[in-house]
Ligand binder design. Structure first.
Ligand code: ZN
Length: 453
């Protein structure tokens, strides 16, 4: 069950810019991502004084958003707060962070309160189901009080700044930042209005239309991550299907076996085909059962509905492993470069890399220009990668990790399970370190006389 949470879309006085911040890259949940200030509802949020709000549920969520904004970026969105000096606010902040007093107690002591009329509810978004930690986050739009300047008030955040939504999107398009999915959706809506306060209504409509569900994530303008429910290994529950490209695109690991999940994916792919975008190939990254199972259904669907003949592709060794299960139309022998057209019709290169270790025919995909690596099962968002001989091979795996870490321009990576990872190199280094540490333990056991497996 997603946990209740709230966040603030904080505007500057001119209503042209919004506050965002980068989460510390070391954080397990969305480390390095840019996001709006916000966080989990606490039981004491119900005790905070909120006026002009009849709805107790809404009132505690506004209190949560205000408390989180104060904790994270030091901005105090309360009535009667103008009398406080910066020093007093810092002392209040310290009282709150140290846990000496609850937010409700602090406000009561200083005769401060929250006026719900200063907050516009803009809907809620739920963290996609593939994440081990999930929130149902309500977003509230508010204006930063004069004379208060947001800053990184806790170590979990850095690079707090006001930014124009168009500039934020430009950085995302250039692969300078990763943006939390609901924040990306919000920025896209806000970028279409000049007076950002008027964007509130659009945001609410957008959230209501999709019932707060985020079905897929745009990692950048040409890589879509579509988590599909599969029977994979715990803690994962989903396999990420990737749709890469634009006017020409490929589909990687259409792995869903359940019809409703297949239909969800088909709906998105249909919408691309209906724009006259071309589906070039459907690729299976490797022959494990949580990576195939829907590709033949997708191929048949595109044939029935549009009369298209889209080949299913895999590495030769994967094709061998899938004999009798999936008919592979074209085999990949070694590394290959795909020339694909992006959404605006320009060509870009997607490198298909043979990266064995987890499985012999295992493929990864690299968009060098944006520095985005799709690592399939070589690196996963959570849990550990299984290396099971004879199909798995530890030496090959370590070689593949080394090759991945040395890819030119490498920035971000996304594996087949879990969210995209901000610090690709750091993550791969940790993987290598962890494996070598295990190897060292085995070596040491052998040196101390261990003889059997
Ligand atoms: Zn696998």
């Amino acid at each position: 069950m997603p946990k209740d949470a709230a966040a603030v879309i904080l505007l500057n006085q001119n209503l042209t810019e919004v506050v965002w911040a980068q989460r510390n890259p070391k954080l397990a949940f969305l480390g390095g991502y840019h996001a709006f200030p916000g966080g989990k509802l606490e039981t004491t949020d119900a005790e905070t004084k909120v006026i002009n709000c009849e709805d107790a549920e809404l009132s505690k969520l506004i209190a949560c958003a205000v408390r989180e904004a104060f904790e994270e970026i030091g901005v105090l969105l309360v009535s009667n707060g103008e009398k406080l000096t910066r020093g007093q606010r810092a002392s209040l902040h310290d009282d709150l962070i140290s846990g000496r007093f609850t937010f409700a107690e602090i406000l009561a002591h200083w005769n401060l309160w929250i006026d719900a009329e200063n907050f516009i509810y803009t809907g809620f978004w739920t963290t996609p189901a593939f994440s081990p930690v999930r929130f149902k986050t309500r977003f509230f739009l508010a204006v930063c009080p004069p004379k208060q300047v947001p800053f990184a008030a806790i170590s979990e955040l850095q690079n707090v700044e006001f930014i124009k939504p168009l500039e934020a999107l430009r950085r995302w398009k250039n692969s300078e930042v990763l943006i939390a999915p609901p924040v990306l959706l919000s920025l896209k809506e806000l970028s279409t209005t000049v007076d950002l306060r008027l964007g509130a209504e659009k945001l609410l409509k957008k959230s209501q239309k999709s019932d707060g569900q985020i079905r897929y994530i745009e990692l950048n303008p040409r890589i879509i991550c579509f988590p599909l429910k599969t029977e994979t290994l715990p803690p994962a529950t989903h396999t990420n299907c990737f749709i890469v490209g634009g006017e020409e695109f490929i589909v990687i690991d259409a792995a869903a076996r359940e019809k409703t999940e297949q239909d969800n994916l088909h709906k998105l792919i249909d919408s691309l085909v209906e724009k006259n975008f071309t589906c070039r190939e459907i690729i299976v990254s490797h022959p494990h059962p949580d990576h195939f199972g829907g590709e033949t259904v997708l191929q048949q669907h595109l044939s029935d509905k549009f009369g298209l003949r889209v080949p299913i592709t895999a590495h030769r060794l994967t094709a061998e492993g899938l004999q009798g299960k999936v008919k592979i139309d074209r085999v990949i022998e070694s590394d290959e470069v795909f020339q694909l057209k992006n959404r605006t019709g320009e060509f870009f290169e997607l490198k298909v890399l043979h990266m064995p270790g987890h499985a012999r025919g295992h493929l990864c995909f690299y968009d060098e220009e944006t520095g985005f690596l799709l690592a399939s099962d070589n690196v996963v968002g959570s849990g550990s990668v299984v290396i099971a001989p004879p199909d798995g091979n530890m030496q090959n795996y370590l070689d593949s990790l080394e090759r991945m870490r040395n890819l030119p321009n490498l920035k971000f990576l996304c594996g087949s399970h879990g969210s995209a990872i901000f610090d690709a190199k750091g993550k791969i280094d940790k993987y290598i370190e962890h494996r070598l540490e295990r190897e060292q333990k085995i070596l040491s056991a052998m040196q101390h006389g261990a003889k059997t497996l």
